[in-house]
Design a protein. Structure first.
Length: 159
């Protein structure tokens, strides 16, 4: 299945699903969760399990549903002012994740058995965080080839 939106394209392997969307724009009524003047950027959620409709930017809501054979890939775009800065100095989206890149300490929220990996980079003059969560760190060698195939099929177009 091919997804394409907001200058990001991905080809999903069989059994995967994904969404490419803009975060909901805060309004005056929801000011406590964001600035209504904020410019939202694309967020990509890709997973080898059914994604819930309600998900946080970095997968909250989805990670709660994960079991050992699951993997969640998030591409979160930051504003153009971040591109090529020190944090985003790595050029190009990583295409090969390895088990040693994952740790429970890299998770946004620690859940038993899960492990995460967070990599900041610039591609096409756009700044991103690649955040990947394994449902079970012990399954890394089995599920990372799927995640790497998904990354290999993902393109970020320059702005």
């Amino acid at each position: 299945m091919k997804l394409q939106a907001h200058g990001i394209e991905t080809e999903l392997p069989a059994g995967w699903e994904g969404r490419i969307a803009l975060r909901t724009q805060p309004t005056a009524a929801t000011r406590s969760i964001g600035d209504p003047a904020e410019r939202t950027n694309p967020i990509v959620h890709l997973a080898n399990f059914a994604l819930p409709e309600q998900r946080g930017d970095f997968g909250s809501g989805a990670v709660d549903l994960m079991s050992e054979p699951h993997v969640l890939v998030v591409l979160f775009e930051y504003g153009p002012e971040c591109a090529n800065t020190a944090l985003f100095s790595r050029q190009g989206m990583p295409k090969k994740l390895t088990p040693t890149m994952f740790s429970g300490a890299a998770l946004q929220r620690t859940l038993p058995g899960q492990a995460g990996c967070q990599i900041f980079f610039t591609e096409g003059n756009r700044a991103f965080c690649l955040y990947t969560v394994l449902g079970g760190q012990s399954a890394a060698t089995r599920v990372l080839p799927q995640a790497n195939a998904t990354l290999a099929g993902t393109r970020i177009l320059a702005r």
